[in-house]
Design a protein around this ligand. Structure first.
Ligand code: AVI
Length: 323
């Protein structure tokens, strides 16, 4: 009889994913692990960088088109506004303020993985926009999506801003959007932000800012592994390396080992060998155009009914119905 090698057991999904990502070839780690406390802070800083145009462009679209967006969202019986990955709600507050001024009947249900983020958001809404019915929902998108079908007493509008869809692989994006469409009834809407294909240099600059905040954000993943899995990554021995393919619209970020080196990850009982200039793929930030969005929608059972863009078509917000 053949002896089977027992696969290692892991205490957490994080441990299992890091083990698999660093023991396969080519090496890769999921960008969902960027967002620990320090990662959240660095992402906040990224959103204020002059090179990172995405946030400002989406902000300007919501500001300019809030009336039209409001008219699409509102309904006689009111609506439930469900935001996936609400964060600090800075952009959403433009819409919330407008809806309040227009006396729309709606509830706001921000969803986030972090309790802390939801507490801060609820507190700031209470102060800045009292009068809005807020019902925070803590959980992973996936868990909350399973619960979405429960909201069916009135029209449901699901918000997914910031081009977060771009951080999923094509396969993951389709399966995510399929879940959304299957939770929707014919009157419900899905409102999504998507960064657009543009001058490749502008994309590259957005992921390689001069001040090095994005590099620190990418390398923070190694700091997290050092802390949570008792590892000894030397951050200076890796380069932050973003690339952009204008044909596919895929921006990717890597960490590249500057030399041959071995890293110990004690909690995983693992030694990871790096050849000189070997890479770890850490993030996808997909850029879209109307054709790729139409394809995504078609694959996922959604139909695009409107879009709004900034004056230079850098970023777009799309409204979808179930097809
Ligand atoms: C959260 N997400 C949409 C950002 C993006 O643009 O892909 C994360 C990010 N990565 C580097 N800079 C910002």
């Amino acid at each position: 009889m053949m002896n089977k090698i027992k696969p290692p057991e892991f205490d957490t999904q994080f441990a299992a994913d890091i083990f698999h990502g660093l023991t396969t070839y080519p090496k890769s780690l999921s960008s969902k692990y960027f967002y620990d406390k320090r990662g959240d802070e660095l992402f906040q800083q990224i959103m204020h960088l002059p090179e990172y145009y995405l946030t400002g462009k989406e902000f300007s679209i919501l500001q300019e088109y809030k009336e039209q967006i409001g008219l699409a969202f509102t309904s006689d019986k009111g609506f439930d506004l469900i935001e996936l990955g609400a964060g600090d709600g800075k952009k959403t507050k433009i819409l919330l303020r407008h809806f309040l001024e227009e006396k729309f009947s709606f509830r706001y249900l921000p969803v986030d993985i972090s309790d802390n983020v939801l507490l801060q958001l609820s507190a700031s809404l209470k102060e800045e926009l009292p009068g809005i019915a807020v019902e925070p929902q803590q959980g992973m998108y996936r868990e909350v999506l399973d619960r979405l079908t429960d909201y069916k007493e009135r029209k449901k509008v699901i918000l997914f801003l910031g081009s977060n869809i771009g951080n999923l692989s094509q396969e993951e994006a389709v399966s995510f959007l399929k879940k959304i469409s299957s939770s929707m009834s014919s009157e419900d809407l899905f409102f999504m932000g998507a960064d657009q294909k543009k001058n490749p240099q502008k994309v590259l600059d957005a992921y390689n800012d001069k001040t090095g905040v994005t590099a620190a954000f990418n390398k923070n993943l190694l700091t997290r592994i050092n802390r949570e899995l008792d590892a000894n990554f030397d951050l200076d021995a890796f380069l932050h390396w973003p690339v952009y393919d204008p044909e596919t619209g895929m921006a990717k970020s890597f960490l590249v080992s500057k030399k041959a080196q071995t890293v110990q990850i004690n909690s995983l009982n693992l030694e990871v060998e790096f050849a000189a200039w070997e890479s770890i793929h850490t993030e996808i930030s997909q850029k879209y155009d109307d054709t790729s969005i139409a394809w995504l929608a078609e694959e996922s059972g959604l139909k695009m009914i409107r879009s709004f863009s900034d004056s230079e078509n850098n970023f777009k917000n799309y409204i979808f119905q179930k097809s």
